[in-house]
Design a protein around this ligand. Sequence first.
Ligand SMILES: Nc1nc2c(c(=O)[nH]1)N[C@H]1C(S)=C(S)[C@@H](COP(=O)(O)OP(=O)(O)OC[C@H]3O[C@@H](n4cnc5c(=O)[nH]c(N)nc54)[C@H](O)[C@@H]3O)O[C@H]1N2
Ligand SMILES: Nc1nc2c(c(=O)[nH]1)N[C@H]1C(S)=C(S)[C@@H](COP(=O)(O)OP(=O)(O)OC[C@H]3O[C@@H](n4cnc5c(=O)[nH]c(N)nc54)[C@H](O)[C@@H]3O)O[C@H]1N2
Ligand code: SF4
Ligand SMILES: [Mo]
Length: 670
Amino acid sequence: MSPIIRTVCAHDCPDMCSLLVHVEDNQVLRIQGDPAQPFTAGFVCAKVSQEPRLVHSPDRLTQPLRRSGVKGMAQFTHISWAEALDEIVDRWKSVMKEDGPEAILGYCYSAHQGQFNRGLPLALFDMLGATKLIAGTVCDTCADEAWESTLGPVGGTDPEVVGSSDLIIAWGADIVTTNVHFWAKVQQARRGGTKLVVIDPYRSRTAAQSDWHVQPRIGSDAALALSMMHVLDRDGFTDANFIQEYTNGFERLRREVLPKFSPVAAEPLTGVLAGEIERLAHLYGRALSPFIRIGLGMSRQRHGGQAVRAVALLPGVTGAYARPGAGALMSTAAEFDLNYSAIRAPSGQPPPRTVNHALLGNALLELRDPPIQALFISGNNPAVTCPDAGSVRRGLSRQDLFTVVHDPFLSATAKFADIVLPAAMYLESDDVYRSYGTFRMQYGAAAIEPPGQAWSNRRLAQELARRLEIAHPVFDMDTPELLETLLHGSRVQPTISSGNLLSSGSIKLTRGAGPQEFRTPSGRLEFWQDTSPTSADWTFTSDASPAPKRWPLQLLTTPGYFQSHSAFSGNRLLRSRQGAPVCLLSQAESDRRGLRDGDEVELFNAQGHVTLKLAVNTDLPNGIVVVPGQQPELESGHAVINVLCSSDLSDMGDGATYQSTFIEVRRHPK
Ligand SMILES: Nc1nc2c(c(=O)[nH]1)N[C@H]1C(S)=C(S)[C@@H](COP(=O)(O)OP(=O)(O)OC[C@H]3O[C@@H](n4cnc5c(=O)[nH]c(N)nc54)[C@H](O)[C@@H]3O)O[C@H]1N2
Ligand SMILES: Nc1nc2c(c(=O)[nH]1)N[C@H]1C(S)=C(S)[C@@H](COP(=O)(O)OP(=O)(O)OC[C@H]3O[C@@H](n4cnc5c(=O)[nH]c(N)nc54)[C@H](O)[C@@H]3O)O[C@H]1N2
Ligand code: SF4
Ligand SMILES: [Mo]
């Protein structure tokens, strides 16, 4: 019998599955979802069921590399770790001597690792006094700020109780693709008669399997939610006691805003018929325990914060936040008030300067006094995933920039590096994990040794700290000590302690029964805020301003089913299952441009152009183009979709605005 290692899936995914990894001769034979963990429920997704092909991919890096050709052309020679580390330390020391430590940028979001592999590289740059990355703005900072300004830093409804809900709304969440274990729970509930409504401009896999797919215009969710509130209030579905006892500002919203959002007024904003809005509001108002799963996709646009805020307020109107199985869930991360800064920012000093994760291109091209001279990227692929990817690539091409990339694969970004370091993956390193889609934490043991000379992020950070003579205990701690540090002072104790994490599998936080807790400064759900500069005064309730005439189509990039951005592209089977990159366009929009299914087309705007295959999609409304996934090198155009997206930021949380991209499509000019 091959040994079975109990560990955790570290991919950037809300489910945080508990895994049983079957190992023989340092090879992963098979991965099983742990049947003893109720959320994982014995299965893994279509991606991780193929994980041996990623971990043992022939494309894995096993030795450090030094650039021998032009930046971006991926010409490298093998070097030893000693040579690589000597060169990095020498270059960083001379950059610091000439321009100060703020000329160094550590760019590590590291979303496919646990807390220590994520945290320790950040600790290194914090201790150096380097320019600090404001991380996560490509993903969830807008949504998080919107949620926190509404409910406070708190998790939402437990996904494990969705079985007792009588109505489920997936609001801008493609659950089948991004949250498959929650989908299993949803399906269980539906077998008992619960209805599933999906609110999404795109007929996603989840929408296609729903009972009712409502298709609003991109970015019009705030208007839709406010119109539902209008109907709920007008037709007597408000819970006056709940509003009185647990909320702030509803009267003002009712007086100043809701009258503007009658279904008839909201119809042209949202593209949803007035009658449908009425029906949706009544369905919601009549449900005893409606559960809204709020996705992050709708937050990645100019008024994304307003959208999330409005949707998160709906359960406050009807008092659903007080009922079991009801409420809203976006992310559970805020519930874990861990001592992150002790691991990630141990200096205790404010950073000398910051760079927004989504603005890497601008930072590399435009920052002065000092300019960024040395860049370290680990666990990120910004040449593919960052907005304004053209600027990112121009920045990475700077001859005077010294770039180090630490990755298990020669990613599109690594191709621009001066030094590439082979990284271990999560199955090759022990770490501690906390979920953002459940209320669970777990310790994950390394299942195998890393291939060749690959090093974990943690080992690399420790070694660089040693060579740079950075003395801080955090770089010498073993796993139990790091764990004690991370949990110090946290409310998750005593349910979760270093002792029980190291000795048990998945541990679930216990949360009080009773109404959803609000951790805003007032302790109430905030319908209105006058104080916050980003506050929802509801001036902007829709991104549905008419598209500029020259760029009449709005771009929607959705998560790829067989992808997590580019992190699975080292698995050739998944790459072929995802297929060649395509763009979806309605029949009418295609006809208008004389385009046919399968044509090679160019997507373009003032920022750049990308060549793709056209797939005519009969479920798509006019006026939008959908590109599923962010594929590393689009097959024919040698450009990634993010060259079309600007570096404009969202109304809250300084987030990326991928969805606020306007383009035109034409036949590829051969
Ligand atoms: N298979 C797979 N799994 C993943 C990922 C992946 O890329 N692929 N990504 C991982 C990561 S990094 C994250 S952050 C999470 C969450 O990943 P996200 O990318 O945030 O995915 P969802 O929350 O499912 O939201 C996507 C849905 O939002 C819809 N949407 C976009 N704009 C709007 C809008 O204006 N209004 C409405 N109503 N809907 C809109 C899209 O059409 C899409 O169906 O998933 C993780 N899991
Ligand atoms: N147009 C558009 N763009 C988007 C989005 C969108 O919806 N639309 N979504 C955004 C979202 S939600 C996110 S989270 C970002 C994701 O953006 P990124 O985090 O840049 O994307 P990934 O492809 O997940 O890149 C992870 C990299 O880490 C590497 N890696 C994996 N494990 C390890 C490890 O253990 N150590 C090290 N050192 N490296 C490792 C992988 O090989 C890969 O190269 O993309 C964003 N980009
Ligand atoms: S569903 Fe998510 S957490 Fe579970 S195995 Fe797949 S990627 Fe990992
Ligand atoms: Mo993300």
